[in-house]
Design a binder for this molecule. Sequence first.
Ligand code: 8X3
Length: 245
Amino acid sequence: MTTNRTAVVTGASSGIGAATARALAADGFDVVIGARRVDRLEELAAEIGATALQLDVTDEDSVAAFTAVIPRVDVLVNNAGGAKGVASVADADLDDWRWMWETNVLGTLRITKALLPKLIESGNGLIVTITSIAALVSYDNGAGYTSAKHAQALLHRTLRGELLGKPVRLTEIAPGAVETEFSLVRFDGDEDKAAAVYRGIDPLVASDIAEIVSFAASRPSHVNLDQIVVQPRDQAGAGRFNRRS
Ligand code: 8X3
């Protein structure tokens, strides 16, 4: 059944974004997917019947071009973002920090700001922002990422109050360890280091988060799920894992 409601998913070429696009398409949304890697986007779009549009959330012109051609937005999923590096503050790499703030914080701000009028116009909008447990705590060698995730989350949580009285709901999903390309990006393509993050545990997978987005988007319009923290059973906080090997 088609609802003719439109969902926009950023960072949709892989991982949580791609799984969320799949789930929302299965729920009957017209899905618009954006990411930098257009070839992967187009493959996914063909598979699920979505519209693929190139999007670089760090680029003002790209965001303007992306948002201009979307006529209606009921659901926005702010998923684009990520981590780069595990340096201490003393050894901080300024370029890594810039990338994390540009993608997670300013990227979320650019897209959300541009689509806000359409979300309000829809009469029943929903903004889902994928933050992280890193938006709730600090940990050693993670300040570039934890500070960016805190800032992204505060942008999102502030909007919840600022939009009070407007027909837009806001849901923050803060996942722990989800096995995606996340760690590969963080460790600059080092497969061994990335695999070590999930060694000996049953991590979450992208579809676990996508199902939560789908659940949030299918609640009645008076129900606002404010914040959902989700970790594998094998995780009890940042860096605290039950590893069986
Ligand atoms: C990443 C969460 O637990 O892998 O956003 O550091 S964790």
